[in-house]
Structure formats: C-alpha cells, structure tokens
Design a protein around this ligand. Structure first.
Ligand SMILES: CC(C)(COP(=O)(O)OP(=O)(O)OC[C@H]1O[C@@H](n2cnc3c(N)ncnc32)[C@H](O)[C@@H]1OP(=O)(O)O)[C@@H](O)C(=O)NCCC(=O)NCCS
Length: 150
C-alpha cells in the first residue's frame, strides 16, 4: 500500500460517500480540497479530503476507508500521514466535525483530537435524510481539533 497526494476528482465517489452520505455536499467541496489517499496498485483503499483555511488552519471534510478494508489500520496510517503532509504545507491546527457517538469518535480521539464545541441539532438541520448509526439517530455534531505543533 502507498500513501499519496492526489487530485480530489480522481477519488471514487463511492468511497467518499462512506464518510459523507450526501453527494451534493461532496461535489460542493471536492474542488476546493487537498486530496490524500491510500492506494494499492490502481485501487483506492482510503481517501482523505482536507479544506485549507486561513492562518494555518485546515478542516478534514472526508475520511473514508473501503468497507472491506476497515479496521485494519489503513485509516490510522492515512490520517497520520495526512497530518504530516499538512504540517509540511504550513498547517498548524486541524479541525473536523463528527457525530457525537460511535467508533469514529474513538478513532479521532486516539490520534489526539479534542472536542472544542458541540453543534446541537447539526445533523437535523444540515442533512436532507435522517442519519442513523447503531440504531440511534445522529443529532448533534462534535467539533474536534488538533494542534499539529503539540
Ligand atoms: C473511520 C474510518 C476512516 C477508520 O479507518 P479504519 O481503517 O477502519 O480504522 P483503523 O483500522 O485505522 O482503526 C480502527 C479503529 O477505528 C475505529 N473505527 C471507526 N470506524 C470503524 C469501522 N467501521 N471498523 C473498524 N473500526 C472502526 C475504531 O475505534 C477502531 O478501534 P478498535 O479497533 O479499537 O475498535 C473507517 O472505518 C471508515 O471509513 N468508516 C466509515 C466512514 C466514516 O465514518 N468516516 C469518518 C467520518 S467522520
């Protein structure tokens, strides 16, 4: 497996939909992002889209691993490597929004991300369809961030 920086438009939409169920939203941010990927031969096993911001900030908008390859360390490797690339590009603080429960939260916290804000009812007001996981509806979004200099 190799970790590479790619043009976001090269990434398969089916993979990006694993992390963000709304294709319209993805199309809205795709062109403005940096793309990072875990590749095996010609297959994309994982993808990470990052939106550069102002004053050394950046936002992870999409991080996904192909369903058959999840839980094998690919997401951790891809995110760790992406954070190094972001640091090399001059990013000092990385933020992202995620659900208020579930394995994704554990995943990000294990890599050092901390909760900085709770956006109540975010998933009710920003997505056309209700989002369910483990039989629970996602309502509130947690805003997490990581200082790369730490
Ligand atoms: C979240 C995701 C990127 C993590 O990548 P991964 O390669 O599966 O994760 P790793 O193998 O590196 O790390 C495993 C840890 O991630 C977490 N995790 C999150 N989603 C998981 C999943 N679907 N399967 C297994 N572990 C998952 C668990 O905490 C797990 O820890 P554990 O082994 O102690 O239970 C990936 O599972 C995925 O694409 N999920 C669907 C899309 C998504 O939710 N993206 C994040 C949007 S906020």
């Amino acid at each position: 497996m190799e970790l590479v920086e790619v043009s976001p438009t090269q990434l398969p939409m089916s993979l990006l939909l694993e992390a963000d169920p709304c294709e319209e939203k993805i199309q809205g941010y795709l062109d403005r992002c940096w793309g990072f990927a875990a590749k095996q031969q010609d297959a994309y096993l994982g993808a990470c889209l990052v939106l550069p911001g102002q004053n050394g900030t950046a936002e992870i908008l999409n991080l996904a691993v192909q369903p058959g390859f999840q839980g094998k360390g690919i997401g951790t490797s891809l995110l760790r490597w992406t954070l190094k690339q972001l640091s090399a590009k001059g990013t000092s603080r990385v933020a992202l929004g995620t659900g208020s429960f579930g394995p994704q939260l554990t995943f990000y916290q294990r890599l050092g991300f901390r909760v900085t804000e709770v956006q109540r009812d975010y998933f009710l007001t920003h997505y056309p369809e209700p989002l369910f996981e483990q039989g629970i509806q996602h309502r509130d979004r947690l805003w997490l961030s990581l200082d790369l200099a730490e």
